[in-house]
Design a binder for this molecule. Structure first.
Ligand code: DQA
Length: 147
């Protein structure tokens, strides 16, 4: 069975992007860590990144019938995208929201998430480790569902 990990705008720059906020780990490092961790539990990972809102929506639609669950770091679209919220609400695929930084401890405009109301839950503030926590949380959720 497989899980889709979807990353939004500017996350391709991880490693060099504001390392004081986001750390030095690259998105490729995170992908490799997630793949290794999920493989131990018998799960495959598809890992994608796009700077384009519509591309993220297309990936979410495409997850139907293909991936058992999705882990989503929507970047700044988290705070603005009703279209992403609607996409998640429209697919019967569980989504875990993840953020490297603790969005609730940052600027006010980052406190609101459009994703949170349609996600199973949110992990924020644990850096790259948050992706591993999200993999574990999603696998537990899916295994409880009998997936
Ligand atoms: C982020 C938090 C967002 O507010 C920000 O726009 C990002 C990254 C995070 O992972 O901490 O691009 O999603």
């Amino acid at each position: 069975a497989s899980i889709l990990i979807l990353n939004g705008p500017n996350l391709n720059l991880l490693g060099t992007r504001q390392p004081e906020v986001y750390g030095h780990v690259t998105l490729d490092d995170i992908a490799a860590q997630c793949r290794a961790h999920a493989a131990d539990a018998g799960w495959d990972i598809t890992f994608e990144q796009s700077n384009h809102e519509g591309a993220l929506i297309d990936w979410l639609h495409g997850a139907r019938g293909v991936h058992a669950g999705v882990i989503l770091n929507a970047g700044a679209y988290t705070h603005t995208s009703i279209a992403l919220m609607d996409a998640i609400a429209s697919i019967e695929v569980p989504v875990v929201e993840v953020h490297l930084s603790n969005i609730h401890a940052r600027e006010r405009f980052r406190h609101q998430s459009r994703i949170a109301p349609v996600a199973i839950g949110q992990i924020a503030g644990f850096g790259a480790k948050g992706y591993i926590l999200a993999v574990d949380a999603l696998i537990d959720h899916l295994e409880q569902l009998g997936t």
